[in-house]
Design a protein around this ligand. Structure first.
Ligand code: NDP
Length: 492
């Protein structure tokens, strides 16, 4: 445990330079460093220099979420939403005269200004917490030594009682001919010109979010899925809703289709598929997953074990097989979401410097996909519930036209779902695809964390008129599904 009396200005205990050196100043690394310093540890953090587009030698304080992930993505999602809003406003009496123009450069300029501001705020937060920032590349030489290659070319070595790896992940490229002509989400958030035509490959969060962004800004989007539907791992019913909404809003879906090569032509990039198609486009964006950033840390030399994806293997307390080395966030490839990295960072500090060994709790982690309209979920999918429960699973669904659409005429339904255990009456999962779904689901997540029953949902008074009130007024079940847990038990 750390010496609670040590502060950032005093030498650490046991002759170490620091109690903690964190490598990577993204969500998890910054949170762990600040909370550890708050518990009295002497802390330094090492991060690569800032730029909106990452590489092996470019990063930035704030990490993926702030610089080239959640924050800039949400700004672009806001930006792309106005197109539909202008259309929807007509039946509400608005008469927009003249040409409605969208200025991509202006939005990107303002987005970049905002993330630079946040980068500065994060640096000041670190300094304010007494955490020393080394700007440069960190490498682990032994279980207690970090070598920092600073921006000015200096190389320094520091001894630390504990080392925390929080280096995140980076987008991967498909290995096809012409792959160097494609971009990833990093560049997609910072393009000089708006892509009037884009080909997006992948069916995860990033693919469907970018499809919504470029489409909402008036671009033609072709989305290539190697499976039938996007968003593997989400509730099947909700996946189908997202696919339908994408198509209704004008995204061209290409299910079960793979790219075979990309070539450069005079009129743009030519994309070829395994179905014999050829599409001409301005941009090809790969959104086919991310890989943990572990390559340049020299972890193998120290003996830190990695899994077959290159992620750092950790125990329930985020400790690696080398006891003084820990890891949090996407580099561990557990649940790759900023709030989860924050939770892991806080638990790490409590465990190592707070005298309170604390495991992150991965139950009922809510999340949102910022497609348009957004999808948000918490708890189990219907299939997971059926696989895990021992009693019947009762499904409540509600599909309705949101009030705004009754006037705007937009042909798009909101879909909500509750998954309930028939024996305990506990709500096992909730999902919504519709306007404001993530804002609504955060409250539902609190209810699930408290173990709320369907009867308690029903006893809750609604807020009228909202879509959210539907979650407390779903009285009639849609279907009851026998749990395979029980069926398997009967078979035994
Ligand atoms: P995901 O892991 O979500 O999805 C990867 C997608 O790529 C899957 O649809 C997968 O298809 C597809 N894919 C993989 N290999 C190929 C291939 N060879 N050809 C075609 N398609 C392929 O990754 P993302 O890159 O979208 O996101 C990375 C992480 O970032 C996510 O895990 C998420 O946690 C996080 N994130 C969270 C966001 C949020 O909270 N809103 C937003 C953005 C990212 P298949 O299903 O067939 O395997």
């Amino acid at each position: 445990m750390g010496d609670a009396s040590a502060t950032a200005n005093e030498p650490s205990f046991d002759g170490y330079d620091y109690d903690l050196i964190t490598i990577g100043a993204g969500s998890g690394g910054v949170r762990a460093s600040r909370t550890s310093a708050g518990l009295g540890a002497k802390v330094a953090i090492c991060e690569l220099p800032y730029h909106p587009i990452s590489s092996e030698t470019i990063g930035g304080v704030g990490g993926t979420c702030v610089i080239r992930g959640c924050v800039p993505k949400k700004i672009l999602v806001f930006g792309s939403g106005f197109g539909a809003d202008f259309e929807d406003s007509k039946n509400f009496g608005w008469d927009i005269k003249g040409e409605v123009r969208f200025d991509w450069k202006k939005l990107i300029e303002n987005k970049t200004k905002e993330i630079s501001r946040l980068n500065g705020i994060y640096k000041r937060m670190l300094a304010g917490s007494g955490v020393r920032l080394f700007e440069g590349e960190g490498k682990i030489l032994d279980p207690h030594t970090v070598e920092v290659h600073e921006l000015d070319g200096q190389v320094k070595r520091y001894r630390s009682k504990h080392i925390l790896i929080a280096t995140g992940s980076r987008a991967v490229h498909l290995n096809i001919p012409g792959k160097e002509l494609a971009i990833t989400s990093d560049e997609g958030l910072s393009l000089d010109e708006f892509p009037k035509r884009s080909v997006i490959v992948g069916g995860g969060y990033i693919a469907v979010e970018f499809a919504g962004i470029y489409n909402g800004m008036g671009g033609q989007v072709d989305l290539f899925l190697r499976k039938e539907t996007p968003l593997r791992g989400f509730d099947e019913e909700m996946r189908a809703v997202v696919a339908k909404n994408l198509e209704n809003r004008g995204v061209r879906l290409h299910p079960s289709t793979n790219l075979t090569r990309i070539e450069k032509g005079a009129d743009g990039l030519h994309v070829f598929t395994d179905k014999g198609e050829e599409i001409v486009t301005d941009v090809v964006l790969f959104a086919v997953g991310r890989k943990p950033n572990t390559k340049r840390l020299s972890l193998q030399a120290v003996g830190v074990e990695l899994d077959n994806q290159g992620a750092v293997k950790v125990n329930e307390y985020s400790q690696t097989n080398v006891p003084s080395i820990w890891a949090v966030g996407d580099v561990t490839n557990r649940i790759n979401l900023t709030p989860v990295a924050l939770m892991e960072g806080t638990c790490f500090s409590k465990t190592v410097f707070g005298g309170q060994p604390t495991k992150p709790d991965y139950t009922n982690v809510p999340c949102a996909v910022f497609c348009q309209p957004p999808l948000s979920v918490v708890g189990l999918t219907e299939q997971q519930a059926v696989d895990q429960a021992e009693d019947d699973v009762v499904i409540f669904t509600s599909t309705f036209t949101p009030m705004k659409n009754t006037i705007s005429g937009r042909q798009e339904k909101t879909v909500m779902k509750l998954i309930v255990d028939s024996k305990s009456d506990k709500v096992l999962g909730a999902a919504m695809c519709g306007p404001d779904a993530p804002e609504i689901m955060q409250g539902i997540a609190v209810a699930l964390k408290c173990g709320a029953t369907k009867a308690q949902f029903d006893a809750t008074v609604g807020i009228h008129p909202t879509a959210a009130e539907e979650f407390v007024t779903m009285r009639t079940s849609t279907r009851t599904v026998p749990a395979s847990g029980r069926i398997n038990k009967i078979k035994e």
